[in-house]
Design a protein around this ligand. Structure first.
Ligand code: ATP
Ligand code: MG
Length: 263
């Protein structure tokens, strides 16, 4: 289990925040993590302090069939294949490719980093996705082995989740038999808010077997850090969100270990 997709077709639920900060927490433990930003909003890229034009982004990597020259290293052990906000046409352009559901998968299989295939150089590859279930997300799901679903502790959080789970099952059946639902993370959890408790309870009831125990609390430090182009862990390491991501990293690693033991 190396390549994981952070997916939820609902917008603003914390996909990018979880993807970037979990990646950062793992990189602080010495793991080499590549964040692949496959969202034209390019929030993972700007959140890591990187803004590039189309010509330096994953778009160009696809055009040239080689991701290597476009990989940046914004933090020690943390790498990024950036997106660009001028990628608005990406979803439509993918349609023109032969094997259009496998463009990202093939790209990640092609590249080298430090004279090693990408898949062997990096310990983990985390792919950030846009809030839709279109062709970009299909590409992400065919390129991944596991899916992490961030779930915001708000009204309607669970709405749309069954469609998402069905989509994942559909992709597993038709395009990527290796795909597993790896975990569900509750985000923007407010312990003083009854609704947060209710959503958490409900999610635990339905997804007991994959929900992470660690909940990511709500804190203004998250958006502050983003405005500085930094993960929360580099902005305020002692903040409770940073501590939660460090706990999540431990839980993530033990789940990885468990799986590998099983496999
Ligand atoms: P999109 O669907 O647009 O890609 P997303 O699911 O990636 O959104 P994020 O961008 O991670 O969601 O988060 C949405 C907003 O919520 C951002 O403004 C972010 O700063 C804020 N946010 C995310 N996590 C937290 C948190 N734990 N505490 C407070 N604010 C948060
Ligand atoms: Mg996002």
């Amino acid at each position: 289990m190396k390549t994981l997709a952070f997916i939820n077709q609902k917008g603003g639920v914390g996909k990018t925040t979880v993807c970037v900060n979990l990646a950062r927490a793992l990189s602080l433990k010495g793991f080499k993590v590549l964040v692949v930003d496959f969202d034209p909003q390019a929030n993972a890229s700007s959140g890591l302090g990187i803004r590039v034009k189309k010509e330096q982004s994953i778009y160009q990597a696809i055009v040239e069939g080689d991701p290597t020259p476009f990989i940046k290293q914004p933090f020690p052990e943390l790498y990024l294949l950036p997106s660009s906000i001028d990628l608005v046409g990406l979803e439509i352009e993918l349609v023109g490719y032969s094997k259009r559901e496998y463009v990202l998968k093939e790209l990640l299989e092609k590249g080298n980093y430090n004279h090693q295939p990408i898949k062997s150089f990096f310990d983990f590859i985390f792919i950030d996705s846009p809030p839709s279930l279109g062709l970009i997300t299909v590409n992400i799901l065919t390129a991944s082995e596991g899916v992490v679903i961030p779930l915001q502790c708000e009204y309607y959080a669970l709405e749309g989740l069954s469609l998402l789970v069905r989509t994942i099952k559909g992709i597993k059946k038709s395009l990527n038999p290796n795909l597993v639902l790896f975990g569900l993370v509750l985000t923007m959890y407010d312990s003083r808010n009854r609704l947060s408790h209710e959503i958490a309870e409900e999610a635990e009831k339905h997804f007991k077997w994959i929900i992470f125990k660690t909940k990511i609390p709500r804190s203004v430090k998250v958006s502050e850090a983003q405005s500085f182009g930094k993960p929360v862990l580099d902005y305020d390491r002692q903040n409770r969100v940073s501590l939660a991501f460090q706990d999540l990293a431990l839980e993530f690693l033990s789940r990885i270990k468990e799986r590998e033991g099983l496999g």
